[in-house]
Design a protein around this ligand. Sequence first.
Ligand SMILES: Cc1cc2nc3c(=O)[nH]c(=O)nc-3n(C[C@H](O)[C@H](O)[C@H](O)COP(=O)(O)OP(=O)(O)OC[C@H]3O[C@@H](n4cnc5c(N)ncnc54)[C@H](O)[C@@H]3O)c2cc1C
Length: 344
Amino acid sequence: MDAQVRDHASQHDAIADLPLVTESARVTRVTKMDQDRRPEVTQAINRWVAEAAPEYSPIGGPADWDGLHERLLADGHQSVARRVATLAERYDRPKPMLARVELVTESDVDFVAGQYIGLRYDGTSRAYSLASSPTRDTLEICVRRVPGGRLSPRICDDIAVGDEVTVRGPYGELVLADTSSRDMVFLATGTGVAPFKSMIDYLFESGRDEYQGKQRDVWLFLGAAWADDLPYRTAFRELARERENFHFVPCLSREPYLSDWDGETDYVQQALLKHIDETTVATPIGAPLDKRLEDGPGSGELPSIDPANVDVYACGINAMVYSLVAAIERLGVPANRIESEGFG
Ligand SMILES: Cc1cc2nc3c(=O)[nH]c(=O)nc-3n(C[C@H](O)[C@H](O)[C@H](O)COP(=O)(O)OP(=O)(O)OC[C@H]3O[C@@H](n4cnc5c(N)ncnc54)[C@H](O)[C@@H]3O)c2cc1C
């Protein structure tokens, strides 16, 4: 995997040099990334009901939660009813929802950080971003189960070490912009972070987080419902401890239902707005963006992003990417500094 060894000024030029290959690959590791949190869910439902509607305690087990939800709603306990429904959904969801799969190909597959491959397993092919840095000897993908889907449930449930797959690629033009003094902002939900894992690993390995001796700030806003739905959360937290210019902002919409999570719970684009340095933005830019700018960040990071001085990368499901790009443009980031990719 020597694509990065060649000295290209631009990652886009590097793509032009890459041959498209079809390679057999062998699965060398499969890791389930989310956890079985059913005991926590049961405790949380008991806790919420005991606090907000003690007349329903003690409550029964999972089989009784539907009826409990209906009764809470009928009696006007809307907020706790919503929590019970959300937690019951979490209890019932298939396991695992998230898996990472490491592959070894027969011959090297050259790619540029941020690109994706076509993966064929047992007759079905789908696109998956490469989450591994191009400097590694193995390829890695990170897959979220789409319930009822043809391939992703099979990757989550069946794929095993030693299985043969076919890899075709690399494809895609979501790659790092030319190195400059600008900071970098990565925005993703769920497995949309896969190409960014590759890009972030690569940019720190290759020293692209510096320009003419000056550090560039690298921000990652990563959204998910629950803490264990954040792919590579441990690696990103470690990187944030090691590198003062890497800022990891997990945005967890449902986690406070289950634990004492006190970080960001907003959508990633709203969390981004809270981390903008207000003095750099021509105001007013219009509600509700102005309102978000006024709110302090819940991440513990200083709001220091200057929209005029960033390259922005966004990846995830299409609808999320469209709304992200619209929000970023309204902040004044020029369109040619925004790179995005939709997963469909
Ligand atoms: C460039 C690119 C990169 C991608 N990278 C990744 C990646 O790194 N990790 C990853 O997990 N996925 C990634 N995907 C999505 C992946 O290619 C598959 O679409 C996904 O795994 C679902 O495949 P499936 O066979 O299980 O579902 P299918 O049988 O193809 O689809 C079943 C149903 O689910 C809908 N659907 C498809 N994908 C999604 C989704 N993501 N969310 C909700 N509904 C969906 C379809 O419209 C269809 O109605 C990427 C897609 C693209 C285009």
